[in-house]
Write a protein that binds this ligand. Structure first.
Ligand code: NAG
Length: 223
């Protein structure tokens, strides 16, 4: 599919990141009819761009939080092994990733992403009242994270129609219904959840890049 950008459209999309985001969303949420015309590699390209963006956003959010984070927070932060997605078995290194069938890899990615729907909703709800001087910037980035996650999920659904899926993707239950009682615990738990997300977004990004590389029929060792 050719991306048409006449002058008016360009002028509308150029100035803001929000504008560019909308363009991406529109492309991914194309009607199923139109999407049949979009090739697998195009879909994978866009999906990788979005997962790239998710990882960059979560990295940026983590460093925003770090600018004003209680010293004791580092000690009190829960261990990464307690992230709600930690029980999901994922390949640990590239060789393992390459040995997983494509449809299974896609199911893994979708499970991971779906497992973040509820926690991301919680983060977006809590961000505006976070006891942090940059809470409004943190809020808008968290919203962006949420929007991008939804766009990526929609894109992956289309991919599933093309690649197939081992149809057993299940979100992992998230039991943390609130962040905590006092300002410090809320800040720490917020940071913890974001660090978990950041780790998962890195996995998603690298799995998608392997899928993209395989779809391009490159030799596996170059993926
Ligand atoms: C908690 O954070 C909010 C928002 O920054 C602030 O208005 C409130 O005074 C803080 N509460 C305490 C007990 O420090």
């Amino acid at each position: 599919m050719k991306i048409r950008t006449d002058k008016r459209e360009r002028d509308m999309t150029r100035p803001s990141r929000v504008g560019r985001l909308h363009l991406t969303v529109t492309l991914l949420l194309c009607s199923s009819l139109r999407c049949h015309a979009v090739g697998l590699s195009d879909l994978l390209d866009r999906a990788s761009q979005l997962s790239d963006k998710l990882h960059a956003l979560s990295t940026s959010l983590t460093s925003d939080l770090d600018t004003h984070f209680p010293t004791m927070g580092r000690i009190m932060m829960p261990h990464p092994s307690t992230c709600h997605t930690s029980s999901l078995q994922t390949p640990n290194d590239k060789d393992q990733v390459l040995s997983v069938p494509e449809s299974e890899l896609l199911s893994l990615i979708r499970s991971l992403l779906l497992s973040w729907n509820d926690p991301l909703l919680l983060l977006a709800l809590e961000a505006p009242t976070l006891a942090h001087p940059s809470n409004s910037a943190i809020y808008s980035k968290t919203k962006e994270l949420q929007d991008n996650t939804h766009s990526l999920s929609a894109g992956l659904e289309h991919l599933t129609h093309k690649i197939g899926s081992s149809n057993s993707f299940t979100p992992l239950p998230f039991k943390g219904g609130n962040l905590g009682q006092d300002n410090t615990s809320r800040l720490i738990y917020f940071h913890f959840l974001l660090s978990c997300f950041r780790r998962d977004s890195h996995k998603i990004d690298s799995f998608l890049k392997v899928l993209r590389c395989r779809a391009a029929k490159l030799r596996p060792e170059t993926c």
